[in-house]
Write a protein that binds this ligand. Sequence first.
Ligand SMILES: [Zn+2]
Length: 50
Amino acid sequence: MGKVVRCACGMEIRNQDETQLISEVQQHASEAHEMSLSDEQVRAMMQIDE
Ligand SMILES: [Zn+2]
C-alpha cells in the first residue's frame, strides 16, 4: 500500500516509497508554489492511498 499527498492545488502525488514521495512533493511545492517544505511537513500531509 502506498502513500498519497494531496496538495492544496488539487494535485495528488503518490508513491510506494516514502522517501521518493517526500522529494516529489518538495519538488512540486517548489516548482508550482515556490514553497519549501521540510520532510516533517510533507510527512504531516501524507495519507494512506486506498
Ligand atoms: Zn500544488
